[in-house]
Design a binder for this molecule. Sequence first.
Ligand code: SF4
Ligand code: SF4
Length: 84
Amino acid sequence: MAKGRVSIVVERCKACGFCVEFCPSHVLALSSTFNSKGYHPPHAVHPEKCSGCDLCGMYCPDFAICATKTDAPKKADPAKEGDK
Ligand code: SF4
Ligand code: SF4
């Protein structure tokens, strides 16, 4: 199961490929579709492998991609704590 989720803002992408190249889990590939500027944005070909490390977001010069962790530790339920 994926530990992270990657989001791509297709219209900001200039297809430099940094995110594809530097993703340690090989989640991404440049798509064959074009955005309105004529670039091929990335898409997640293996979303289940995403760790949510956000390296793609750190390398992207155009702030076109970012990721979040999906396995955040569960917080105590405050409703139950008041049940004492
Ligand atoms: S968050 Fe990490 S594992 Fe997920 S796509 Fe970005 S670089 Fe790859
Ligand atoms: S690093 Fe950013 S601009 Fe470059 S291909 Fe990836 S999303 Fe597009």
